[in-house]
Design a protein around this ligand. Sequence first.
Ligand code: PLP
Length: 295
Amino acid sequence: MSPIAVMLTPEHPEGIEVDPTQPQLLLTDQAATRGDGVFETLLYRHGRLREAEAHLRRLDGSAEALGLVIPPQTRWETAIRLGLGAFLAQTGDDAEATVKLVASRGPEDGPGSFWVFVSPVKRTAATAHGPENGLRVLLLDRGYDSGAADRAPWLLAGAKTLSYAVNMAAQRWAKTHDADDAIFITSDGRVLEGPTSSVLLARRGPDGTVTLLTPELETGILAGTTQAAAFDVAREAGWELGYGPLTPAHLMEADAVWLVSSVRLAAAVTMIDGQPVAADPELHQILVSGLDAQL
Ligand code: PLP
């Protein structure tokens, strides 16, 4: 299964398939020199692209935050169809694929660079981390307080930019310190998100109610498409829903904690900063099978 690349160019605004093993960008492209651009990662699974509309809307929102003019959604859709068609021609329709959309500011004096990259999914998404083999996570200080997003819009909090060096460094830090992943917290102690995921927690009430919570968007976290999809599953299951502020204590006292994102879907967290946290196989099953079944 070779990855497929499609570029949207002025000559081919609907996209043209290019060879991903050959150079396609200039050295001066600001995606390469400054991480100046935006991206989305989608999952193709069970014959459909999950949450396509929400991802394209978020791509538009991120581009707007950066003052970046990108192709309209219909062109992205055409380019995605082209890329997925070529990928599935090799694999068959029931394959899984990661579909990455990238929009760069392009070279200094040139037009932007835009492409779609379709590649195999690296790990089994939904079943990789259940309660029996959950993630060990470290809480890492994001280095700003919960008012920073409001105070400093140039931080581009909430936009999915190509500048992910900090996020990757946080994951490396976790991996070299006996953990699998990280959860960022603000300097004033609010739970934010993972470097590549949203955080969910569930609480069981004495009367049998289940409440699913996620941190509030106002702290500048990314509005997760999987978090929104998980809320749909929870609503369907009759759970209550809520938004933060959440603190590390809320995570430690929860009945279940997950990291959720487009490709992994829902991964259970079972250890935070070396302390075990509760996992709930029944709630995990409802969440994972609900996400899996969504049309
Ligand atoms: N937060 C960050 C920082 C992310 O990078 C991601 C996904 O990569 C998410 C949250 C989860 O977003 P989604 O569920 O739309 O994939």
